[in-house]
Ligand binder design. Sequence first.
Ligand code: SAM
Length: 472
Amino acid sequence: MYNVKSMKAEEFISHHEIIETLKYAEENKNNIELAKSILKKAEQCKGLSHREASVLLACEDKDIINEIYTLANKIKKELYGNRIVMFAPLYLSNYCVNGCVYCPYHAKNKQIPRKKLTQQEVEREVIALQDMGHKRLAIEAGEDPVNNPIEYILECVKTIYSVKHKNGAIRRVNVNIAATTVENYRKLKEAEIGTYILFQETYHKESYEKLHPTGPKHDYAYHTEAMDRAMEGGIDDVGLGVLFGLEMYKYEFAGLLMHAEHLEAVHGVGPHTISVPRIKRASDIDPDVFDNGIDDDIFAKIIACIRIAVPYTGMIISTRESKECREKVLPLGISQISGGSRTSVGGYYEPEAEDDNSEQFDVSDKRTLDEVVRWLMQLGYIPSFCTACYRLGRTGDRFMQLCKAGQIQNCCHPNALITLKEFLEDYASPATKEIGDKLIDVELKNVPNEKVRKIAEQNLSDIKSGLRDFRF
Ligand code: SAM
């Protein structure tokens, strides 16, 4: 039985409710009046239920689809402005005991060289990332209680925060590791991680069990209830996601929104972010064997519908996607992207050779961070290296309050400009710096509060003189 407040996976992600939702959406996919009324409701930025959003996703009317895109873009602009937050993944270890059939780390893959970074190697990777200009990382590891126990992850987080190379610093470490215990989540919280990210992969229990035939990840309930344990352990920024291509996208979409509704209903705060990865080619993995791949148009529609349904949840897209695809979906709701990513263990210090097959997946966007930053600015976006919220304790519902009070433009906007200025001074190429400095001059005028604007102006000038790390 469906119960949004239940703590049991099969009740808050009820298969029956998803099937009923898909039936309702299918029956109403040409109901223009209903679609219009849902869009009208969505305009208030208060979000939509999984049923309402599923009707929009199913809709095939060209005009309605255009209205979905227009509204997604409007909400994006209103709540996130033109800022795009930058991050990079850092792969710590590819040892894994699971049997996930889509992942090259699966235990039976003998083709991939297994590697786990020593603390010295972590330091080398972090220096390489700092030298690119990164301030925010997402650490990634396979699941292996012997090789990658929680103590190892905690040690790595400590090392990452401790590295201070030139003007560099990693100021926020997000963590993408397998589902774990409340006690371990508490330890991660104490280590001052940012967001705990865990992709559901698929919400379809039967498929989930087939796609994860062996290892601890096989347990659907343990995996699906992980975010509740994370929140019980004190982590209030959690990141959801599904791996598109494994199951029917409409099913995943409804499940994802039901998961968000559950977190909001039980913990009073929805997910901080939603990621939208698609399956990629990798060692021992042929993405074509999965039947549910989605094309770029469906992908864009999903992103726009997520933006409308959960306006206050940030949306992340990685270098799994090409420059062209990223360009298409940025205006529809993406607020965070990675740049200059390496997906092999140790790949920043020692980039993998072309024919090396040790990446977690094929990267489509192979540009450097400097190139990505320049491209974003040429498209009219402000690349932001801001990590202020979490460092000032503005996580979970406190972050939501900031959004809902409409204070983003007096807070996130100047923070974006200040952190971009640091990047331009310390790491940018002359061409990027020139574009960036002009952009900052123009965008500074868009800080509404005069007092804040004056402080930001002073901060920018102090950064030019060599000072660092200002924030609102
Ligand atoms: N091992 C952790 C876990 O079990 O959740 C997370 C780390 S894993 C490196 C991060 C994510 O990469 C997975 O959750 C999965 O969605 C994604 N992934 C795995 N194989 C992939 C592939 N072939 N293409 C794209 N993404 C993939």
